[in-house]
Design a protein around this ligand. Structure first.
Ligand code: AGP
Length: 617
């Protein structure tokens, strides 16, 4: 979950590296550093604990030497705290090689013992320095960085993206990856490396993903891609759909505010090209899941973590309803270490914004090893999880930079809805008439979401009134339940206060003991319109907690007057179908969490202790 940048070309390397790190800072931000090779063959390194701004101020005071080759790193600590010494890059013995790393080298301890026995001296507590010293010593034998890399990476276990430069080889950056992201930016007379395309998209939108156990050498005039064993590999080039502006705040107070505002467009983009004649058509998954395979699917497992698991819960309700296939939602990190029952007709779908979450990636690999076919629902082109899957359904929400996921969540839910409608039609269990009605609901969502998002001032005022709140509960039933869980997670990760989501029916089985006078409780209220609605039951739940002094903040559809006598505050959503109103309600809870964090003066885009992509298990 660190940010990594490499450059070889005519520009000032330090400018390119720091600019790239700025766009990757959301991947981890407790220390940062750069290393450049000067034309006269010396290595300059500067690294500092703290956010990237600390390093930038240092470099303004004492600039790095002019260079055309370099590597840069922004860190989320795994081994060793966020200190200057533990910051990357790390050096070889002779100080002429610099290395940066994303991931965890699981066998670093025995390798460190081996190096210590050979008299090596360590200046940090990191696993990365072990690789740097090994690589520096290997270079001493080979005098060639590429072959030194091949010798060393074969000895490393775990997850790693490594980049290195050596003063004896100006103009060359070498990278290697295993279970961790790395992409190449292909330029004219210049080449880039990054953890994701945000590192270089301002210079080039031609990209190439580096595959598992591959090594890439970049020089200004081109790249060389091989396996760890040195076998040449033909990489797949692709065009990055984002532009540099999309990766910037665009005038918003935070990336999170920008990304919430983009939710309607994220849904429109996710729907684009996937509806024909009012019905869902998902040709893009036909390679991995032709219709006959889909018809044989007898069970679906949805894998994810955090917010992505909660969007999976929304998918569970809709896929079971529309396709008649049992769906289980599994936390990827739990699934990975149990003995799940997977048959040849089990479809495993992973849900991941980044496509790099290690828990989810390892669970996908585990499922494949046990014979399951895998579908990736992902927001990041060319990321690892889609490449490890039989097919991918991209969510097209655009870059999501804020650590707290918002537009990706709603886009994931829409992708799951599309899949459920597609599956129901292919299996012949969902009449076209009903399918078309659901598609119409999906296509109406973006405009309804735009209406919901006009309540920003009310939500901000509500948050300001609650800025000293220490605990908030969230209640929902049916598809409102995943929204309750997601609303609680948003508040935890942004405002750092106790927040818990419950199925409203569960309250009387214990959690109601938490209710005391003044306890703030959000309630996602279902529509009262359809006869089978759970509205009466949820209103009863509201009465139960009001009777015990709770302060109720209801999210209810326009025109629902039944809640008025029992709610202290009401936020409104436009009328939509039962399965669709939660996607309107969740936007208000995302806004609320953001506004409460802002009211408390907290960093909305980079909350403490978190990282955007958790690429360690
Ligand atoms: C979302 O607000 C959280 N930052 C976190 O739960 C995130 O959803 C989770 O880590 C999964 O990330 P992914 O979607 O990139 O796999």
């Amino acid at each position: 979950m660190c940010g990594i940048v490499g450059y070889a070309g005519p520009r000032d390397a330090t400018d390119v590296l720091v600019g790239g790190l700025k766009r990757l800072e959301y991947r981890g931000y407790d220390s940062a550093g750069v290393a450049v090779i000067t034309p006269d063959g010396s290595l300059a390194v500067h690294k500092r604990a703290g956010k990237l701004g600390v390093l930038e101020r240092d470099l303004q005071r004492s600039p790095m030497p002019q260079s055309a080759t370099g590597i840069g790193h922004t860190r989320w600590a795994t081994h060793g705290g966020p200190t200057d010494g533990n910051a990357h890059p790390h050096l070889g013995d002779d100080g002429r090689l610099a290395l940066i790393h994303n991931g965890i080298i699981e066998n670093f301890a025995p390798l460190k013992e081996e190096l210590l026995a050979e008299g090596a001296e360590f200046t940090s507590e990191t696993d990365t320095e072990v690789a740097a010293l090994l690589l520096g010593r290997e270079f001493g034998r080979t005098k060639d960085l590429l072959s030194a890399f091949r010798a060393v990476v074969g000895r490393l276990h775990g997850a790693f993206t490594l980049l290195a430069v050596h003063a004896d080889e100006p103009g060359l950056v070498v990278g290697a990856r295993r279970n961790s992201p790395l992409v190449v930016g292909l330029g004219e007379g210049e080449q880039f490396l990054g953890s994701d395309v945000a590192a270089f998209v301002q210079y080039t939108r031609r990209a190439m993903a580096i595959g598992q156990d591959q090594i890439v050498a970049i020089r200004p005039d081109g790249i060389e891609l091989t396996t760890f064993d040195g076998e040449p590999v033909q990489g797949e080039e692709y065009e990055v759909a984002w532009d540099a502006a999309a990766a910037e705040k665009g005038g918003w107070s935070s990336f999170m505010a920008k990304e919430i505002s983009e939710e309607p467009e994220a849904l429109e983009q996710t729907l684009l090209g996937r509806v024909h004649d009012g019905l869902v058509v998902l040709d893009e998954i036909g390679g991995g899941f032709p219709d006959d395979v889909l018809r044989s699917v007898d069970r679906i497992v949805l894998l994810g973590a955090g917010t992505s698991a909660y969007s999976g819960l929304l998918g569970k309700y809709t896929i079971e309803k529309w396709a008649g296939v049992p769906v289980e939602v599994e936390l990827a990190h739990e699934f990975r270490y149990r003995d799940p029952v997977l048959g040849p007709n089990t479809l495993v779908a992973s849900i991941s914004q980044s496509g790099e979450t290690m828990d989810t990636l390892m669970a996908v690999k585990y499922a494949r090893e046990r014979g399951a076919r895998t579908l990736s629902i992902c927001n990041t082109q060319g990321s690892t999880i889609p490449r490890e899957s039989d097919a991918v359904l991209y969510t097209r929400a655009g870059p999501e930079v804020a650590v707290a996921s918002t537009k990706a969540f709603t886009a994931q839910a829409v992708a799951l809805y599309l899949f459920g409608l597609h599956l129901g039609r292919v299996r012949g269990v969902l009449p076209d008439g009903e399918s078309r009605a659901m598609v119409a609901e999906l296509q109406a969502l973006p405009e309804k979401l735009r209406q919901v998002l006009t309540q920003g001032d009310e939500v901000r005022e509500m948050a300001r009134q609650m800025s000293d709140t220490r605990s908030v509960l969230f209640l929902g039933r049916h598809v409102g339940y995943p929204v309750a869980l997601e609303g609680a997670l948003k508040l935890k990760e942004l405002a750092y206060i106790h927040a818990e989501g419950f199925a409203a029916g569960e309250l009387k089985h214990g959690p109601i003991a938490l209710i005391e006078p003044g306890q703030r409780v959000f309630v996602i209220v279902p529509s009262p319109r359809d006869t089978s609605s759970l509205h009466p039951k949820v209103v009863s739940n509201i009465q139960e907690i009001r009777a015990r002094g709770a302060y109720v903040l209801a999210i209810a559809e326009e025109g629902d007057v039944a809640v008025l006598p029992y709610a202290d505050e009401v936020l409104r959503i436009p009328l939509a179908g039962t399965m669709f109103e939660p996607l309107l309600a969740v936007a208000l809870l995302q806004q609320f969490a953001m506004e409460l964090a802002a009211a408390k003066g907290l960093d909305v885009d980079q909350p403490r202790n978190l990282a955007k992509s958790v690429t360690v298990e």
